[in-house]
Design a protein around this ligand. Structure first.
Ligand code: SAM
Length: 413
């Protein structure tokens, strides 16, 4: 969330008690109840298993739901019964992660605390995989009156397991709200039948990872599980980083976005010399130009495309150290070389694409079977030697795209 978001008001009609006399929810209860918030009767459709507490502390349709034994360290959610039900019923994710001694928390000059590799971490190794300790629907987080929000958050923190509470409170930031604003990831909770709704997920251990515009980790959210993966080999002693913003932007744009986040970036890319920064900005511009050119030519049937364009794009991504975003680029390049009948390059790039897709989207990424087939047997792949796609070019050309999971994140300040 960016500064200014808290100015948005109105969806939750609580009013200001001091101004218009509307009572806060807990003031509306009769005196002989200990529960200051009205509980909500759950429709059968959204009833949760008996291990769950809630709904309680309801404000409008948003209530507290908790389970101290769920996922990594238990969870407390402030959300709608529908989103709670969807989250509880998501398929669990359990990949093999590195041992917890492979990294540790350490002070990082100019960034507070951060996480540093204790041994060589290999490209593709999964560093952390966690479910949120706290998950809050974005609307009440932004729109609730501060007094009401504080009460709800107090109950939410009390509902956490002791371990989760300790980890949550140890995060960077003064108040509960600060800790959420500075550390949470935006996640969208929904499924095929229900609209995806914006939430803020707090993963306290992952939140120690600082930002770098050219990160060595990629993160993804699969349903409500957060996974961080190494996108290149990381030597012992190097800081582990993710990007809080979209990295393919000029320094000026990145600086502005990170200032909106509340800090002046001191990452490897933001501290380059003026000359290096100009070269980097030029590469980013060239990446965008080439991507557009390739896309335009492909949607027009691919007549004027040259495989070298795709090769150049891959090289620009590597030169620019954009290792966290290689999957679509490798996939596109492998297809183009295959279309032009270059077996060696098609195999090589499709093999790279399988690795990048696995790192960036997980082992079930939808383009993986096709890229695997291309790597193993280019001549048997649909794209082999077609050069010019005159029929239905868009349909054949379309890459799997970014949205692979039910949830998708932007670092959710
Ligand atoms: C999610 S926290 C990261 C962990 C935090 N450093 C800590 O001590 O817990 C985000 C905060 O870390 C700091 N930070 C992260 N990346 C940074 C960077 N590239 N440059 C400067 N400060 C950074 C900023 O204060 C930012 O608001």
């Amino acid at each position: 969330l960016k500064p200014g978001d808290e100015e948005i008001t109105g969806q939750i009609p609580l009013g200001d008690p001091k101004v218009d006399g509307i009572k806060l929810p807990w003031e509306q209860q009769n005196d002989n109840t200990n529960n200051p918030f009205p509980d909500l009767e759950l429709e059968d459709e959204y009833s949760l298993p008996p291990s769950w507490q809630g709904p309680s502390h309801c404000v409008g349709e948003y209530c507290l739901f908790s389970n101290p034994t769920f996922g990594t360290d238990g969870i407390a959610m402030v959300t709608t019964p529908q989103s709670a039900w969807i989250s509880v019923n998501f398929r669990p994710v359990a990949d093999k992660t590195v041992e917890s001694t492979a990294y540790s928390v350490a002070p990082i000059p100019g960034k507070g605390l951060g996480i540093v590799a204790n041994r060589l971490i290999k490209k593709g190794e999964i560093i952390m995989q966690r479910t949120p300790a706290v998950m809050i629907h974005s609307k009440p987080h932004v729109e609730l009156q501060p007094e009401v929000r504080e009460k709800v958050y107090e109950a939410m923190i009390n509902a956490l397991s002791e371990t989760a509470r300790e980890k949550f409170l140890a995060q960077y930031g003064d108040t509960v709200r600060d800790k959420i604003d500075n550390n949470a990831f935006r996640m969208f909770v929904g499924d095929d039948q229900h609209e995806h709704e914006s939430h803020l997920g707090s993963f306290p251990e992952i939140a120690r990872i600082n930002h770098d515009c050219r990160p060595n980790l990629h993160y993804r959210l699969t349903n409500i599980t957060h996974t961080t993966v190494a996108v290149r080999d990381i030597p012992a002693g190097e800081e582990l980083t993710i990007s809080y913003i979209y990295g393919q932007a000029s320094k000026k744009t990145r600086t502005k976005e990170l200032q909106d986040w509340g800090f002046n970036c001191s990452c490897s890319q933001c501290t380059l010399s003026g000359f290096e920064t100009a070269a980097s900005d030029a590469r980013v511009r060239e990446i965008k130009r080439l991507e557009k050119e390739i896309e335009d030519k492909m949607t027009k049937g691919g007549k004027e495309i040259k495989p070298e364009m795709a090769g150049k794009l891959v090289q620009l991504y590597l030169d620019e150290r954009l290792h966290a975003y290689l999957a679509p680029t490798y996939t596109r390049a492998a297809l183009i070389y295959s279309m032009f009948g270059n077996e060696e390059k098609a195999r090589e790039l499709a093999t790279e694409a399988v690795g990048a897709l696995t790192r960036e989207y997980g082992a079930h990424a939808k383009d993986i079977p096709s890229m695997r087939q291309l790597a193993e047997n280019p001549k048997g792949h649909w794209s082999w030697g077609i050069k010019v796609v005159s029929e239905e070019p868009k349909k054949k050309w379309k890459l799997g795209g970014k949205k692979q999971n039910a949830t998708e994140t932007v670092k959710g300040k």
